[in-house]
Design a protein around this ligand. Structure first.
Ligand code: CA
Length: 267
């Protein structure tokens, strides 16, 4: 593909070749070179996509932050709603343990945290079903038509959403998936993505990670995968790059549009 692009130099560009010469392709090529350099891999041959759920498949973070804020304030923990965007990707249990320890000096047992997480899950469910993220159906369809295996990797244990995956995205996700129940260490630990690769039978140079939050990007990066950050909420794009994303997109529709150009370069 790289040779084809260069071979067209000098040809008067029509609309499609303007896209070929776009900064996007150059960014992708730079990102691949950089990835190969820091990982030491000789090649990248993507056959698997490890895909986060909240903020990627569903526009659900608004409701999650609202539910978290309600749970914490009812339990006397001072917090702001927006701060929960920065914990996105952690398991609910870890979020509860951390906040109670930091804000109230209180050690919460795993059983107590699980009970509190049930309450938070109920608050979230009461806020109604989250909308499917605009552009995500197109993105998933591109992965499917390019024969890239799709594995769900989420820190969530929210059954009301997990149960909808196969209804909202029929035939898209492999039955093997990683949720809060499958990991001892949530994001930013690489464990969720390492386990996702295990389920897919993929090595790090064969898997891309698709994430919207800094802790998730950190987890994908630490797992050694080519990690794509997509901004879908208030988290600034630069925070995803800072967390270690190999490529960053400003929105899901923008990423979905770019994906057919990315895949031939990394397959
Ligand atoms: Ca997310």
């Amino acid at each position: 593909m790289l040779r084809q692009v260069r071979g067209q130099a000098g040809v008067l560009p029509h609309y499609n070749s303007i896209k070929i010469f776009s900064p996007l392709i150059m960014n992708i090529q730079d990102a691949i070179s950089n990835y190969l350099k820091y990982t030491g891999h000789k090649e990248i041959h993507i056959n698997t996509a490890l895909i986060d759920m909240d903020g990627v498949l569903y526009d659900s973070m608004k409701n999650h932050t609202r539910a978290w804020h309600k749970l914490m304030t009812k339990n006397g923990i001072k917090c702001t709603r927006d701060e929960f965007y920065s914990y996105e990707g952690m398991t609910g249990i870890d979020t509860i343990k951390q906040l109670f320890r930091q804000r109230a000096g209180k050690v919460v047992t795993s059983d107590e945290a699980a009970a509190l997480y049930q309450v938070k899950s109920r608050y979230f469910k009461e806020l109604g079903e989250p909308q499917i993220m605009p552009g995500v159906a197109q993105m998933l369809e591109v992965l499917r038509t390019h024969d890239i295996k799709r594995i769900l990797v989420t820190g969530s244990g929210q059954q009301s959403v997990l149960n909808k995956i196969d209804v909202d995205f029929p035939g898209i996700f492999a039955p093997e998936r990683i949720t809060a129940a499958d990991v001892s260490h949530g994001k930013p630990n690489p464990e969720p993505y390492l386990k996702g690769m295990q389920k897919a039978g993929a090595k790090p140079f064969q898997a891309i990670v698709i994430e919207n939050a800094p802790l998730g990007v950190q987890a994908g990066h630490a797992a050694g995968c080519f990690t794509i950050g997509v901004t879908t909420g208030p988290i600034p794009t630069k925070d995803l790059a800072k967390a270690g994303a190999d490529l960053v997109f400003a929105s899901m529709p923008e990423f979905a549009e770019a994906l057919p150009q990315i895949l031939p370069l990394i397959k």
